[in-house]
Structure formats: structure tokens, C-alpha cells
Design a protein around this ligand. Structure first.
Ligand SMILES: NC(=O)c1ccc[n+]([C@@H]2O[C@H](COP(=O)([O-])OP(=O)(O)OC[C@H]3O[C@@H](n4cnc5c(N)ncnc54)[C@H](O)[C@@H]3O)[C@@H](O)[C@H]2O)c1
Ligand SMILES: [Zn+2]
Length: 364
């Protein structure tokens, strides 16, 4: 088992990583759950596949759990879901001493984390992420949130978990599309801060895409280390944490422009990484060989979903993004493999040419 520490001003905890770890959840998490009631929050597809394994392994350590189910999918990431879950908790007699366990992807993690931060003014949460995206990103760092009709993740809190249990074997049951989409975030970690991880995507691509257990555990653990180190240095997005947004500036605009219907988040980030790399090359911040390596690594996963784009619309969205401060668009640009720079002064003509570039790639 690999243990990666996360140390933030509000709490320090461990991310425990290992193939098959879910079957040892009792022994790993027992110390956090002693004499506490535990409620597992999950969605139907994950409950059917994995809830029993978790429940059984906790029970073997004398920890009984109750199961709460929320509707699956991004559309259930809203305040109404929290309210329903909270009502159920009250009915079950849950008090301030309970622990919530989030068993699912980023949606379950965000909802459960948020609920834990406000239920009776705050209870403990343990994250057990079941998608690549959640294992390498969403479950670590304590950001929680739900969507408003006006935009994504506009309500939320910071609430660090007591522990995070990451079992890459859980990813076996993920669809190929979801699996690949999450891996783009892992590749992102390589580009922003871990050349060794990036090289794995070049040298061991086949093994990674085929979910070779040894390689998968390594990729997940390296990505977790990167995210954990960034979060430990900057819990509340003071600045450094922004580097995690490599590929996300244009990625978010693409997601919104395609109405969150055509691209998974990781796929939008993949296109966004290609665009950011193009911008870095055009502004002289990156050499062409390295730009080629990044682009090839992204495209090496296979075809990304096609989409029809209007460059002008994307540029407009970039300017009006709700999280854009005073109309200034920030880009995270690679300088070399493992090193990025945050900049806000990219000429609009260069942004346009980067969007044109992915528009062309996305058409054929
Ligand atoms: N809090 C953060 O820091 C943070 C960071 C990144 C993303 N997010 C959020 O994460 C969400 C996306 O997360 P996601 O991509 O995991 O989506 P998701 O939670 O909707 O999961 C994707 C799909 O996979 C299914 N699934 C989950 N685990 C499975 C498994 N092991 N086997 C088979 N099917 C499985 C789910 O039921 C769902 O249908 C977004 O809402 C995003 O805003 C949060
Ligand atoms: Zn992301």
C-alpha cells in the first residue's frame, strides 16, 4: 500500500493507494470509524458493483454501515440532492458524530463532501473515489460543490476528508470512455509537474490504456502525489493551485459551448491541453519538439469526440466565464515537460489561432 500525505492548514490526512484496497477498507479506515456511525453515499451503478465489497470489508472490522443512494450523473449535483440526503440522515437519527463515506465518482464526492461540510455544521467525510477522475483529482484537496442553473460548481465549500482510499482495481468496471477521460487529467499532472509520469504516457501507453494493474497503480499514485503536493502548498487556490487548471481555460469553454452534452470533462481538458500547448508554442514559451510531444501524448489515446465549433463563440465564452476575473483570461502554459507558467497576457489573435487549430483537428 502506498500512502501519500496531504497537509493543509485545516487538516492533514493520508491518501491510501493500492490495488484491491477496497477489500481491506476495514483495516485501513477502522481507526477513523471506531464508535462512529458510518453512512455510505453512492449512486446505483456503483452500488451494484462495489458497495457490497466495501460494506463487507468494513463489517469484518466490526464497522456497520448504512447506505444512502442519490441519483446518478452530473444533473444530480445540485442543492436539492443535498437536502434530500440530509432529510434521510435526520430520519435515520444521524447526529454530529457520524462519518459520511463517498463511494463514487466526482459527482458523489462533491455532493457528499459538501453535505458533510454543512450537515449539523459539519461532520467527517471519507472519500472512496471510483473513477480515474475522482481518484487523481476530485477526491483530493477538499473542494466540494454543486451546480446552479447559472453555471457549474458555483456553490461549494472547502472541507478536507479524514482519509481518501484509492483502489485502482475499482476502475476495471469503468467504461473505456470514462476511463480515458479521467486519464487525461493524469497526463495533465505529468505536464505540469512530473516528467517521469509524462514519460510513462509515452513509453508505456499501451499498458496504461489496457489497464495493466501495475502500471495503473503507478500512474494513479504519481498523479495523486502531484495533486497532493499542490494542494498542500495552496489549500484555497491562492495561486499555485491554478496550475492544475492546465487545459481547463479553453476546456471549460468547450464544455459550455457543446452544452455539456458532447464531451466528458476530461475530453474537453484534452482539447484544452492541445490548445494551451499551441499558445505556448506561438508565444515562444515552448519549443516545437516539446509541443509535439505533449500534443502526441494527448492524441495517443485515440480519437477524441468530434465537435463543430465557432472560434468566435469560444473566444466570447473565455471572456465571459463566470470565474474569469474582470474579463482577464488566465492561461496555464507549458514551458517544458513538468513546468508551467500562469499568464494573462496572451494576444487574442493567438488564442483564436489555437482554437482554429483544435477546430480543424476536431473536424476530421
Ligand atoms: N472537487 C474537485 O476538486 C473536483 C475536481 C475535478 C472534478 N470534480 C467534479 O467531478 C465531477 C465528475 O466526476 P466523474 O467524471 O467521476 O463523473 P461521475 O461521478 O458522474 O462518474 C461518471 C460515471 O461513471 C459511473 N461510475 C463511477 N464509478 C464507476 C465504476 N467504478 N465502474 C463503473 N461505473 C462507474 C458513474 O455512475 C457515472 O455514470 C464533476 O462534477 C466535476 O465538477 C470535482
Ligand atoms: Zn479537470
Amino acid at each position: 500500500m502506498i500512502s501519500v500525505p496531504v497537509a493543509t492548514p485545516s487538516r492533514s490526512y493520508e491518501v491510501l493507494i493500492g490495488g484491491g484496497l477496497l477489500t481491506r477498507a476495514g483495516e485501513c479506515l477502522g481507526r477513523f470509524l471506531e464508535n462512529r456511525r458510518a453512512f455510505v453515499v453512492t449512486v446505483a451503478p456503483v452500488r451494484r458493483l462495489w458497495a457490497k465489497v466495501l460494506k463487507k470489508s468494513l463489517a469484518a472490522s466490526g464497522i456497520e454501515t448504512e447506505l444512502l443512494e442519490m441519483p446518478n450523473g452530473e444533473r444530480s449535483k445540485r442543492l436539492a440532492t443535498l437536502e434530500k440526503l440530509a432529510e434521510q440522515l435526520v430520519k435515520l437519527g444521524a447526529d454530529r458524530g457520524i462519518t459520511l463515506i463517498a463511494l463514487g465518482g466526482g459527482v458523489v464526492g462533491d455532493v457528499t463532501g459538501f453535505l458533510a461540510s454543512i450537515y449539523m455544521r459539519g461532520v467527517d467525510v471519507i472519500q472512496v473515489p471510483t473513477t480515474v477522475l475522482a481518484q487523481v483529482d476530485a477526491a483530493i484537496g477538499g473542494k466540494t460543490g454543486v451546480n446552479l442553473v447559472s453555471g457549474k460548481n458555483l456553490l461549494g465549500t472547502f472541507h478536507q476528508p479524514r482519509a481518501v482510499l484509492v483502489d485502482p482495481a475499482i476502475l476495471e468496471t469503468l467504461s473505456t470512455r470514462e476511463y480515458f477521460a479521467g486519464l487525461y487529467e493524469s497526463l495533465k499532472c505529468g505536464v505540469i509537474g512530473d516528467p517521469g509520469l509524462f514519460r510513462l504516457f509515452e513509453d508505456k501507453r499501451r499498458e496504461i490504456l489496457d489497464r495493466d494493474p501495475v502500471m495503473l497503480e503507478k500512474v494513479i499514485a504519481d498523479s495523486v502525489r502531484l495533486k497532493a503536493s499542490v494542494v498542500s502548498a495552496d489549500e484555497r487556490e491562492g495561486g499555485l493551485r491554478q496550475v492544475l487548471n492546465f487545459g481547463h481555460t479553453i476546456g471549460h469553454a468547450l464544455e459550455a459551448e457543446t452544452r455539456y452534452a458532447e464531451l466528458l470533462h476530461g475530453e474537453a481538458v484534452a482539447w484544452g491541453m492541445i490548445a494551451a500547448t499551441h499558445i505556448a508554442l506561438s508565444t515562444g514559451k515552448l519549443d516545437s519538439v516539446t509541443a509535439g510531444r505533449i500534443t502526441n501524448a494527448v492524441l495517443g489515446f485515440g480519437k477524441l469526440p468530434r465537435m463543430k465549433l465557432q472560434t468566435a463563440n469560444i473566444v466570447k465564452r473565455l471572456r465571459s466565464d463566470k470565474k474569469t476575473k474582470q474579463g482577464v483570461v488566465h492561461f496555464i502554459l507549458p514551458r517544458e515537460i513538468g513546468k508551467v507558467e500562469i499568464t494573462s497576457d496572451v494576444p487574442e489573435a493567438i488564442v483564436r489561432s489555437a482554437v482554429d487549430e483544435i477546430r480543424k483537428l476536431a473536424r476530421n
